[in-house]
Ligand binder design. Structure first.
Ligand code: ATP
Ligand code: MG
Length: 211
């Protein structure tokens, strides 16, 4: 009897405030390039590196929008691991939980080149390094990202999509369109929840059963 193949799991963490096509295109291309079984979009519950600088949208809202964005695309899944764990989100804990769930899994941490450059600021980095290898996504034509010393890493070229959550939040606030930058189902979900529209009450859907 042959042993079941070792599962290769991409772990793509982010605040996803909100998720956009840059994240999704990175996820599907890393999955394809490295032949991963699945890429988990792991929504940070409390992203400690961002909390000091701005108000972060409640995790349940961000997770719901990620779920809507993923839809039924094969091999990409929204993960509530960090949201369900509550508290401050550390990747070291997330990898330990995934390891406990599947002793044999090949865990691949997916990060952008910007995150690769600041990896040294992470908590319990030695634990992270011991538990996974890296996939660094890079835009074609961009200088090759520096692979942090001591890490096993693949660099995956993805189409450059100059979209960021920061820009999307400003777009909602200003009333500019999100269409095609965020999947339609996710746009509907974030509108339904009234996210990012604090300064534009007129953009909110009316409350009540008929809305
Ligand atoms: P913000 O503008 O609030 O920083 P963001 O768009 O950078 O948000 P994050 O949730 O901070 O999104 O990013 C999560 C991960 O996605 C990081 O590894 C980041 O490098 C990567 N990423 C962000 N934007 C893109 C993009 N346009 N293309 C590819 N990867 C991206
Ligand atoms: Mg960012």
């Amino acid at each position: 009897m042959s042993l079941p193949a070792r599962r290769a799991v991409g772990v793509f963490g982010g605040t996803f405030d909100p998720i956009h096509v840059g994240h999704l295109v990175a996820a599907v291309n890393v999955r394809h390039a490295l032949d991963l079984d699945v890429v988990l979009l792991v929504v940070a519950n409390r992203p400690w590196q961002k909390e000091g600088s701005r108000v972060v949208t409640p995790a349940a809202d961000r997770l719901a929008v990620v779920r809507a964005a993923v839809g039924d695309v094969a091999g990409v899944e929204a993960s509530d691991l960090e949201v369900a764990r509550r508290g401050v989100s550390y990747t070291a804990d997330t990898l330990a939980a995934l390891r406990a769930r599947d002793r044999e899994a090949d865990l691949v941490l997916v990060i952008g080149a910007d995150v690769a450059a600041s990896l040294h600021t992470w908590e319990r980095l030695d634990e992270v390094r011991a538990r996974c290898r890296l996939a660094i996504v890079n835009r074609p034509g961009a200088p090759p990202p520096a692979v942090p010393a001591g890490w096993r890493a693949d660099v995956v070229e993805i189409p450059a999509l100059e979209v960021s959550s920061t820009d999307l939040r400003a777009r909602v606030t200003d009333g500019r369109p999100l269409d095609y930058l965020v999947p339609a189902a996710a746009v509907r979900e974030l509108r339904r929840r009234g996210l990012y529209a604090a300064q534009r009450m007129d953009e909110r859907l009316p409350e009540g059963p008929e809305a």
